[in-house]
Design a protein around this ligand. Sequence first.
Ligand SMILES: CC(C)(COP(=O)(O)OP(=O)(O)OC[C@H]1O[C@@H](n2cnc3c(N)ncnc32)[C@H](O)[C@@H]1OP(=O)(O)O)[C@@H](O)C(=O)NCCC(=O)NCCS
Length: 146
Amino acid sequence: MKIGYRIATGTDESQIRALLEQAQLPTESLGTNVTEFFVAEQDGAIVGAAGFEYYGDDALLRSLAIQANQRNLGLGSSLVDWMLSRAIELRIKRIVLLTDTACKFFQKRGFQVVSRSFITNDAMKKSSEFASVCPASSTTMILNLT
Ligand SMILES: CC(C)(COP(=O)(O)OP(=O)(O)OC[C@H]1O[C@@H](n2cnc3c(N)ncnc32)[C@H](O)[C@@H]1OP(=O)(O)O)[C@@H](O)C(=O)NCCC(=O)NCCS
């Protein structure tokens, strides 16, 4: 079945929230203006989501989740690829993320593990992901787009 990728709208919020809850990911800043969400959609149902928070030249990738019964079919990779092409269009130079669970998934897609102190973008460091949601033990990863 065909999968479509698009920028989320306000009416997608409850489906995105359900997806993140199912994946045991935080939902605190959903519904704020901080994050631009993207969704993967199949037959009108949202089967994947992830967000970007923009901080100057950098974007923080967060809340990537694929519906449990649709994993390992390439959807997560395709959604990330789609988001990266959008980031390139927006002239974002670097993608940053924090993860407890998906380090290998992102390594396969070119992200590199760095020390958290490597991130010097002050606005990003004040984000809820850095400041409160993700513990110090989370893995920090970056992907340079230039
Ligand atoms: C991580 C996640 C988004 C991957 O989506 P997906 O659609 O299953 O991924 P794909 O099918 O594109 O890629 C699957 C590949 O990633 C690997 N993979 C999937 N989940 C993984 C994980 N948590 N850790 C490491 N590798 C993982 C698979 O083994 C597979 O490897 P292959 O490329 O060698 O075949 C999905 O498993 C998920 O929603 N997990 C729960 C939420 C989560 O942990 N999100 C990350 C928060 S930063």
